[in-house]
Design a protein around this ligand. Sequence first.
Ligand SMILES: [Zn+2]
Length: 290
Amino acid sequence: MLLEGYTVTSGYGYRIDPFGGGQDVFHPGIDLVNEHKAPIYAFAGGTVVFAGLGKTGSGLGGYGNVVLIKDLNGHGHLYAHLDSVVVTTGAQVSKGQMIGRQGATGQVTGSHLHYEIRRETSPSYGWTSDKSASTIDPIAYLKLLDEEAKTTENIPIHVMKYEVKKETSGYVTAADAKAGKNKKTTVKPGIYLVYKTSGGMINVTTKNGTPGSWINPYSVVVEGDFKVGQKVKIKSKAKKYSRSTVSIPSKYKNKSYTIQQVGNDDVLIKELYSWVKKEDLLAVLSEKIL
Ligand SMILES: [Zn+2]
C-alpha cells in the first residue's frame, strides 16, 4: 500500500488555515501521522538535495528538520517537521530507505510528517509564492510513479549485441540510414547494444548509452561464429545459395531460421535445408532483457 502505516490527516489543496484566521489557505502537501519518532521511509528514490534544519529564507523555512530528495523527473520530495534525519545532503536514497523520524520541528501543531512534491529543486529548493503551481498532489504523483514502475517492469526492452568490425557510416535518423544520405557520424569498431529497430535500420549505442547512431544492418557483423541451433535471418541482399546456382527467392529473405549444420564458409538452415553463405546471414542473437 502506498502510504501504509500512516493516517492522512490533511490533504493537498485548499483548507481552513490551521493557525487561525478562518480563511482558506493552500496546503502544498499532505500530512501523515504515524507514531511520534516512527521511522520514515522514502516513498521514492533519488538524490538528497538537502537534509537538516530548513533555514528561514532558504525555501525550507518553517519546515523544521527536512529531507528533500530530487527524483529522476527532477521533482523534489520534501519530508518535513522530522524529529531527526539519518541521511546527508548529496546521498543517493532508494525507495523504502529510512531517511529520518517523524517529529514536530518547525511550524506545527503536533507530531506529523508533512510530505510535499515540488516541481523543481532549484533555486530556493523549488519554493515559489505560488504554491499551487509549484507543487504537485503527492498521492496522485506517487500513484503515477507506481504505474510507471509497473509499466517499465512489464515491457521488456529487447537488446541485441552486435560487433561493428570496421568504422562504418552512422546517421542521425533511421530515415537517413535507410536512404544512405545526410551522413552525420561514424560508428567506431566495437561491441554495441542494439535497442531499437526502425524500418530495418538499427540503432547502436555503447554500454554507456552514447553515442547512439542509426546504421544499416549490413554494416555490422555479429560477434563470434555461427552455431548449430542459432537463429539467423537471410539478408535481403543475399543472392544465391552457397552450393547451387539457384537464386534465393525473396520470400525466404528477412525471415528467421535455425542453423542445422555449419560448414567452412556456409551454414545449413534447418527450415530451408539449404546451404547459405555466412555473409548473407544476419544472426539473431538471443535477446536479452535489460
Ligand atoms: Zn502539512
